[in-house]
Design a protein around this ligand. Sequence first.
Ligand code: NAD
Length: 438
Amino acid sequence: MKIAVIGTGYVGLVVGACFAETGNDVICVDRIASKVAMLKKGKIPIFEPGLEEVVKRNHAEKRLNFTTKLPEAVRGADVVFIAVGTPTGEDGSADLQHVIAAAKEIGRSITGYTVIVDKSTVPAGTSELVHAAVASQTTHPFSVVSNPEFLKQGAAVEDFLKPDRVVIGANDKRAGDIMTELYRPFTRTGAPIMVMDCASAEVCKYAANAMLATRISFMNEIANVCERFDADADMVRKAIASDRRIGAAFLFPGVGYGGSCFPKDVKAIIKFSSDKKYDFKILKAVEAVNERQKLRLLERVDKHFGKSLKGKTIAVWGLAFKPRTDDMREAPAVPIISGLLARGAKVRAFDPEAMKVAQREFKDVKNVKNLTYAKSAYDALKDGDALLVVTEWNEFREPDFAKMKTLLKQPVIFDGRNIFDPKQIRGLGFTYTSIGRP
Ligand code: NAD
């Protein structure tokens, strides 16, 4: 099929590259000319494992191309994906301005029957708005489909090529059949393609992210209770995870969830529920717990050093909101490092991928001159009064503790991701605090 993808962010680029991989003829559009120029050279503007190879290969084989000109890409396309951002608006709602702008431009550009697919995460009812936006610009026939994306950054290509399920919201059979055909190569291992109405498909994505965010906040609350009883949240986690009704995923206590999706999607579902006079109480609590949890490590630091960190140097391992990505949107590292700087500390941070992004992220933060970036995890420790572990990159898990002790001025570790064994590390002479473990 001939496919156009509008937006070449984490989602659009993966969608475009993976549909090209199954033999389709794909053009990806972005309005940022520098991104498009980079992609045309076979380079990708983000860190996402495995993606560059797929992009390069399909670009070289001429199945995947890039442009800034939306009309050129959409003209003659069978299927057009909208994969632009839906950031949080001022009132917490999903800001649909990019989706609607893209829909109108698509409307002006189609030349015959086209399936227009909403890949962006959008509130229930958006397919009708997209339909109206397209219809205001064209007399050609078209269908609007809602096809939420469930990929995880850090494993995006793998998730897209081998999905747990594909959700297709289509209010007409013709569009549903075309989408089913398009996804068939990805579901040969038996993953279901679930065709439903558009509103249900739209809610699916929010329900999935809200459920995962709820598990994280729930487990963080369990950890906070464990601390008050000298109980071990890790033992509790393992015990409940072995219950088949509960399962093991998304039950790790830590410094809270971040990223471009969970915080924004939890806010959006609260808002679109309240627009329909429904008070989504659980999710309001999930959000409040998460905001508090992001500050847990700082509370520990205050307890250990007192409120002022003047004259102290603190090492931070991890900036990205999770491992295997360079994304820092809503990353817990932002309030944590900002808090350290506000208390007068010097901060030496290290992240395997996110340090370039961090320089943009922190540029307006108070005392930013006291934040420096280290060449390696060990380099970050030099003359440090303590280490804070904020992101659980694999390479932080088995460090040379003896070397760490010689580099740090004081062997103090605040572990926000529970990556070290408390017994082992205290045996080596570190003062060690983690989340929910005695
Ligand atoms: P992103 O911000 O990384 O990328 C969006 C891209 O769209 C940008 O490059 C921007 O320049 C481009 N764009 C915006 N308007 C445009 C227009 N009119 N024409 C051409 N290009 C345009 O966003 P993302 O992380 O890829 O997310 C996109 C959507 O997918 C969001 O709704 C998000 O919630 C959803 N989603 C994201 C993930 C994820 O892990 N990042 C997972 C599932 C779903």
